[in-house]
Design a protein. Structure first.
Length: 348
């Protein structure tokens, strides 16, 4: 049995014993209640069927939690940089195989990669087709998510969901919001679920003192816009700071809102994100981050513990898994899944 506390090290008492007092566990909707949330919503019945496929698949089936393998880095970070450590993943079939062998709830990847083997695998593991990307071949580099495929194409290959990214705060964010809102409406009409990568992106968000791209208030507001355009699941980076609006001096804020909603504790910061997902009615999954080597498992377990105790719905982790040998990638994903299977780790 995986010793989760050992991987947390000296942070174990703080992370495993913390109780959220600003936004309490009683204030939020706990994972596993997605059916009640959506059965009362405007989502067509086939969307509930697609969500049931995702929540009912893999090692975390029917727990209310999800473990998703996302591999769109071949576009987002260039294929050579993403796959040079493990060239087998230039072949997208191995991405799907990794998700299946690791017992993931779903696999998220590009329309081309998933489409190439759709007839072989789309009925074996839920497909999440990522519709847009930030390509890095334009010079000078720009940061803009553009559509690479259509909702109809995703439906044709049997996808359970479509995914998309919006760079909130970027020059092109308004167009992206409008574009993806329309795409999500179409996806729902065809019976597919929707997952939104809610990332902040603006050079002004990073100062010499601090990077506010992962501030709880900025990412929380990105989440709130994401659920407003009817994302069924929100993907967000784990927050590691706060006070983005205050310190950057924009938006609408006051000191009282920070004091009322959060503290500096990492679980409270993540609870801030959960609250912005309609108090947990829309599931929050945090990203696993990049691969740094031997510390990957410990970092991923820490992220999973924070997400679970904050009231999140799971982890979406790619690079830490596919940038290592196939068997080791499976073991790492299993290690993270153990956090969500461990009933002693409760919502704070």
């Amino acid at each position: 049995m995986l010793s989760i506390s050992n991987y947390l090290g000296e942070d174990a008492p703080s992370l495993l014993e913390h109780i959220c007092e600003k936004i309490t566990a009683q204030d939020i909707v706990h994972p596993g209640n997605w059916q009640q949330t959506f059965i009362e919503s405007n989502r067509p019945a086939p969307v509930l069927n697609s969500l049931a496929r995702i929540y009912g698949h893999g090692r975390l089936a029917h727990t209310g939690y999800v473990s998703i393998l996302p591999v769109d880095q071949g576009i987002e970070h260039t294929a050579a940089y993403s796959f040079y450590k493990n060239p087998i993943y230039f072949d997208p079939e191995n991405i799907v195989k990794l998700a299946i062998e690791a017992g993931c709830n779903a696999v998220a990847s590009t329309i081309g990669g998933l489409g190439l083997h759709a007839r072989k695998y789309a009925h074996k593991i839920p497909y999440i087709v990522k519709l847009n990307h930030n390509e890095l071949l334009t010079y000078p580099v720009k940061y803009d998510q553009i559509l690479f495929g259509s909702v109809q194409e995703a439906w044709n290959m049997g996808a359970a969901a479509v995914g998309a990214t919006i760079y909130f705060g970027s020059e092109q964010s308004n167009r992206q919001i409008e574009e993806i809102a329309v795409a999500f409406e179409e996806a729902h009409s065809l019976g597919m679920a929707t997952i939104l990568w809610c990332y902040t992106r603006n050079a002004a968000f990073k100062t010499p003192e601090r990077d506010y791209h992962t501030a709880a208030d900025l990412t929380g507001q990105a989440n709130h816009i994401g659920v407003t355009i009817q994302a069924d699941i929100i993907k967000q980076k784990l927050p590691d700071t706060n006070y983005g609006f205050r310190d950057l001096k924009f938006g609408v804020y006051n000191d009282a809102m920070y004091d009322a909603l959060s503290t500096a504790h990492p679980i409270d910061l993540c609870r801030f994100q959960v609250a912005n997902c309609y108090m947990g009615k829309i599931g929050l999954i945090n990203s696993g981050g990049g691969s740094t080597g031997e510390s990957d498992l410990a970092e991923a377990i820490k992220t999973a513990v924070i997400n679970k105790r904050a009231g999140g719905t799971g982890l979406i982790m790619g690079r830490k898994a596919f940038q290592r040998p196939f068997k080791e990638g499976i073991e790492l994903i299993h290690g993270v899944q153990e956090v969500y299977l461990d009933e002693t780790i409760t919502i704070a």
